[in-house]
Design a protein around this ligand. Structure first.
Ligand SMILES: Cc1cc2nc3c(=O)[nH]c(=O)nc-3n(C[C@H](O)[C@H](O)[C@H](O)COP(=O)(O)O)c2cc1C
Length: 172
């Protein structure tokens, strides 16, 4: 699959088959995370790969009750490493770079998931304190995204997109 094909084909999927994600696929997802760009190449991010059904349920409950999350065989929680980024970049690093470092890695992972026949969805609506408690996160890690991953049980239609002129100004 070429890159543009993957970008266009990716859909947020919220229903998953009861089929585990193979170990080779897990390794490929991790590799996609590793190779994302990051501010100063500090890679100020950390990821939890959650297979345990009980913890997946807790993560779903912390995600404002979006229980479809717990149905996915794998739930990745992407965190910003606030401590690592703040040592070099201070406030801007914490407020901006660490968030971006985590986000760009997640997009890499979501596209690689597609290549592997898997689907995913970015979940941003969660109670930060509840999610941190569910995973017993150390203080240096701030959760940024919850990403359920699994084999899709449906094929959503393409959602609408704004037109080119609504999002781009060509200068020069
Ligand atoms: C920052 C962010 C937060 C999101 N939060 C949620 C969420 O909490 N629950 C959910 O089901 N989808 C969530 N989504 C997925 C969006 O609803 C989805 O990307 C959007 O509707 C476009 O659909 P598509 O991903 O299939 O292109 C989120 C996406 C982003 C980027």
């Amino acid at each position: 699959m070429d890159v543009m094909e993957a970008i266009r084909a990716r859909r947020s999927v919220r229903r998953f088959l009861d089929k585990p994600v193979p170990q080779e696929a897990v390794e490929a997802l991790i590799e996609a995370l590793r190779w994302a760009p990051s501010a100063g190449n500090l890679q100020s991010r950390f990821f939890y790969f959650i297979f345990d059904a009980g913890i997946r349920k807790k993560v779903a409950a912390a995600s404002l009750g979006q229980m479809f999350i717990s149905v996915a065989p794998l739930v990745v929680v992407a965190c910003a490493d606030i401590e690592r980024v703040s040592r070099r970049y201070g406030h801007r690093g914490v407020e901006l770079y660490a968030v971006q470092d985590a986000a760009v890695a997640v997009e890499n992972m979501m596209l690689e998931a597609l290549e592997l026949g898997l689907s995913s969805v970015w979940v941003g609506a969660f109670d930060e304190a509840a999610l941190s408690a569910a995973l017993d996160l150390p203080g240096r890690l701030r959760p940024m995204a919850v990403v359920p991953i699994g084999y899709p049980a449906h094929s959503p239609a393409p959602p609408p997109r704004l037109e080119k002129d609504d999002i781009v100004k060509i200068v020069g």
